[in-house]
Design a protein around this ligand. Structure first.
Ligand code: BGC
Length: 494
């Protein structure tokens, strides 16, 4: 049975992109939901936790947060984690993706003092998950650098922070070695660097377009690699876990089939995703990124490229530091080449030199960077296979935002149906090695600069109620049934 959802005008590469696939998900396929410490935990200074850069940013720059809110309480999961786990259980999920707050485990940022109360919180959470047979998928760094390390060392602009991250990772690997098998070092390095140390739009708000953000990129990649090697050398043999970095990207669809626009779309992917994936999966920065930044840096009068080079030893050290590919995906963009911007102040967008837009017929979530284009995910999965080989792919985030928070969220059901169908197409038609799908998110949360103003949860949270009551949306029921039947339509075929 075929069900039509989004009638999209663009049918390319012969993909039947607008039909819901009626095959069953393979028996081994896993389903998950995700969240992150800052966005749900609250308890921001409780039991020894200290301030992270996001706590600090929200408190010192309320004007940068849509509703001037803070994550001080958020969903209060620090106290209500049992309710969260009960929801995960009720949905029949395989994994619960969560993050550990660095400031809850190591309040100074350094491994000099381990905060036992913080350790106990995660121990309790893991025990609760174990009791209901759900595996944790754990991110060590979901954007919440200890503010102390920003103040004292300049945060991710200082390579010492990569060593400190590795020490923090070792502490967590040791503390939770019996609880966690699925590790993620860093979530979305592009957002950390581009928005945190480039545009300044995200915490810590450093504006250093085309300069700081690349320094941050190298330091984050080295931080990831150091943590990976620690796991590999000290824990893998006994604990048999898996480690990777999670990288996010939109799909870039060429605006036409001209060679120029095809190259521009590829360039956008390389500057966004390849910047982080290439060193890890292939070795070194992507060549197009090296060449363009070097060329513009020289014309701008810099003595060396604004993109810090990797030494040969570093290239070899970073290459291969993955056990699977973690992908966050939310949007698709049309991409064309543009004329290079005149030489002047450096900027990331000038280095890429593309124009992007969304088709007017594409539905949007909260804002046009949440464009709803299920076939974009399929094209992206095929591109990942072509570019990085037959590596196992875990979708670590995908979901729909809205501004209404409506309980009868049929639009979110259509969204999941469309995107999960794209996953089935990629698995069965394109032979993509996709093992897991993680929805963002199980509950509404504190959405960074959007505060509590946009909603992505399959459960509504009443943020004005001190109890932070959670109420299932219609999509929670649909998703639960989908996980149970492993099928997106009324009748599926083998
Ligand atoms: C982040 C999440 C965020 C989600 C939806 C992703 O970029 O990893 O923390 O909530 O997007 O906005």
């Amino acid at each position: 049975m075929k069900v039509f959802v989004f009638v999209l005008s663009l049918i390319s590469l012969g993909f039947a992109d607008d039909e819901i696939n009626s095959r069953y998900f393979p028996k081994s396929f896993k389903f998950a939901v995700a969240n992150a410490a800052t966005q749900i935990e609250g308890g921001w200074l409780e039991d020894g936790k200290t301030e992270s850069i996001w706590d600090h940013f929200a408190h010192t720059h309320p004007e940068k947060i849509g509703d001037h809110s803070t994550p001080d309480i958020a969903c209060d999961s620090y106290h209500k984690y049992k309710e969260d786990v009960a929801m995960v259980k009720a949905m029949g999920l395989d994994y619960y993706r969560l993050s550990i707050a660095w400031t809850r485990i190591l309040p100074t940022g350094y491994p000099d003092k381990i905060n036992q109360a913080g350790v106990q919180y995660y121990k309790n959470l893991f025990a609760e998950l174990k009791a209901v047979n759900v595996e944790p998928m754990v991110t060590l760094y979901h954007w919440d650098l200890p503010q102390a390390l920003e103040d004292e060392l300049g945060g991710w602009l200082n390579e010492t922070v990569a060593d400190l991250f590795a020490e923090y990772a070792r502490v967590c690997f040791e503390l939770f070695k019996d609880d966690v098998k699925m590790w993620i070092t860093i979530n979305e390095p592009k957002q950390v660097c581009q928005a945190g140390y480039g545009s300044g739009y995200y915490a810590p708000g450093v504006v250093s377009d085309g300069i700081g953000e690349y320094i941050c990129s190298k330091n984050l990649i080295m931080a990831h690699a150091k943590a990976y090697h620690i796991y590999d050398n000290e824990f893998r043999a006994t604990n048999q876990g898996r480690v990777t970095m999670v990288i996010d990207t939109s799909w870039s669809e060429p605006g036409s089939d001209s060679a120029e626009n095809q190259e521009a779309a590829e360039r956008a992917l390389q500057f966004g995703f390849g910047l982080y994936a290439n060193p890890i999966f292939i070795g070194n920065w992507p060549q197009v990124v090296i060449d363009r930044i070097a060329q513009r840096s020289e014309l701008e009068g810099f003595a060396t490229s604004r993109l810090p080079a990797f030494t040969d030893e570093e290239i070899a050290y970073v290459k291969g530091t993955y056990d699977y590919l973690g992908l966050n995906h939310y949007a698709t963009k049309m991409v064309n080449a543009t004329a290079d911007a005149p030489i002047g102040d450096p900027a990331y967008w000038k280095d890429i030199s593309v124009s992007t837009w969304g088709k007017p017929e594409w539905p949007n979530g909260a804002g046009d960077w949440f464009s709803v284009v299920p076939w974009g995910l399929r094209h992206l999965l095929v591109w990942l296979k072509k570019t990085y080989g037959d590596v196992e792919i875990v979708i670590t985030e995908n979901g729909l935002s809205d501004t209404t928070g409506i309980i009868e969220d049929d639009h979110r059901i259509s969204y999941y149906q469309g995107y999960l169908s794209a996953c089935l197409d990629a698995i069965y038609e394109d032979g993509v090695n996709l093992s897991t799908y993680t929805a963002w998110s199980i509950i509404d949360d504190w959405e960074w600069t959007s505060g509590y103003g946009i909603f992505l949860g399959m459960h509504y949270v009443n943020f004005t109620d001190p109890e932070r009551t959670r109420i299932p949306r219609k999509s929670a029921g649909w998703f639960t049934n989908m996980v149970k039947t492993r099928c997106l339509v009324d009748t599926c075929t083998e």
